[in-house]
Write a new protein. Structure first.
Length: 183
C-alpha cells in the first residue's frame, strides 16, 4: 500500500524538459513561444546587427590601410566616429587587419595578404578567449545548439535565456553557435 503513495512522488521527481533539464512540478508554466511577428522582428534585428558588424569591419580595414600608408601610429581609437559601442570589436579587428603589411610572395608567385581575411561572422567582444574545454556553461550551450539544429529549430541562443547562469552568457552563446554549426 505504501508503494502506491510513493509512485506519484517518484513520477514527479523524474520530470525533465526536452533538453534534459529538471522541471520543478509546481513551478510556473514556461513562457509561450514567440509569435511569428516577434520572431520575424528578432531575425531582422540579428541580420541588421550582422550587417552593421560587417560594415564596421570593412571600414576598419580601410582606415587601417590608410593609417599604415600614412605612417601614423596604430590606433583605431583615432577613428571613434567610425564605430559604435556595439560595432567596436568588429571595427578594431578590421583596423588591425588593414594595418598589417602584406606578406611576402609565395614560391608560386602568388602573394598572400592578411588584409584579405574573411570578416568575422559575429565579432567577439574584446577580451574574449577561446572557449575552454572544461567550461560547463560553454558545454551546455554547445549541447543546446546541437539539439536545436537536429530538431530543426532556428539558430537562437536567446531562446534559452534563464536556463543557464547569466554570468556565463558569452560562453553559453559561443558554445551554442559552435554546437549549432557543427556537423
Amino acid at each position: 500500500m505504501r508503494l502506491f503513495f510513493l509512485f506519484p512522488v517518484i513520477l514527479l521527481a523524474a520530470c525533465v524538459d526536452p533538453y534534459g533539464s529538471p522541471i520543478h512540478p509546481f513551478a510556473a508554466a514556461p513562457p509561450a513561444p514567440y509569435s511569428d511577428q516577434r520572431e520575424q522582428w528578432r531575425a531582422q534585428t540579428r541580420e541588421q546587427a550582422q550587417q552593421e558588424n560587417q560594415m564596421a569591419y570593412e571600414r576598419g580595414i580601410s582606415d587601417g590601410r590608410a593609417d599604415a600608408g600614412a605612417n601614423l601610429p596604430k590606433s583605431y581609437q583615432r577613428h571613434y566616429q567610425s564605430y559604435t559601442p556595439a560595432t567596436q570589436a568588429a571595427y578594431q579587428q578590421g583596423y588591425e587587419q588593414g594595418y598589417l603589411p602584406p606578406l611576402a610572395p609565395m614560391p608560386g608567385g602568388a602573394a598572400l595578404s592578411p588584409n584579405t581575411a574573411p570578416p568575422p561572422s559575429a565579432a567577439p567582444a574584446a577580451g574574449d578567449a577561446p572557449a575552454a574545454v572544461n567550461d560547463p556553461v560553454y558545454q551546455q550551450g554547445y549541447d543546446y545548439g546541437l539539439r536545436d539544429r537536429v530538431a530543426g529549430r532556428p539558430n537562437d541562443p536567446g531562446a534559452h535565456t534563464g536556463r543557464y547562469d547569466p554570468r556565463g552568457r558569452r560562453s553559453f552563446e559561443r558554445g551554442y553557435v559552435d554546437g549549432y554549426s557543427s556537423r
